[in-house]
Design a protein around this ligand. Structure first.
Ligand SMILES: [Zn+2]
Length: 123
């Protein structure tokens, strides 16, 4: 029995793919079987921890960081906006997560380019 010889870079790529598919499947199966989508989140987290891959931000908001249950807006979580942050409250464990909005890079970069354009035109 020898260990499979796969480079660490490839291992991480495979792990990322698996996390992606697991979250997509969790989303699809949520309406039919909630416990199974929770199980997919558990597996995705386990893969991420084992391969030291970060779970992408879009997926990090899709499960509760306290009870690790898959969250579907309108079913088992409540999303509220507040200036500078979004609050996601989990209805399964009745705890909430605060997500700062300013960290979104796409929004900032868009604003910067717009500001530059405005400055040039004013000069
Ligand atoms: Zn929870």
């Amino acid at each position: 029995m020898s260990k499979p010889k796969i480079s660490k870079v490839k291992q991480k790529e495979i792990a990322k793919e698996r996390i992606n598919t697991l979250f997509n499947q969790a989303k699809d199966i949520f309406s039919e079987n909630r416990s199974l989508s929770d199980r997919y989140v558990f597996l995705a987290r386990k893969i991420a921890m084992k391969s030291k891959v970060r779970i992408p931000k879009e997926f990090k908001l899709r499960f509760c960081k306290h009870c690790y249950k898959y969250l579907m807006p309108g079913n088992n979580c409540r999303i509220r906006k507040q200036p500078g942050k979004i609050i996601i409250s989990c209805l399964e464990c009745k705890k909430f997560m605060r997500i700062p909005v300013l960290k979104k890079r796409k929004v900032i970069s868009k604003n910067k380019t717009q500001k530059k354009k405005i400055k040039k035109s004013s000069k």
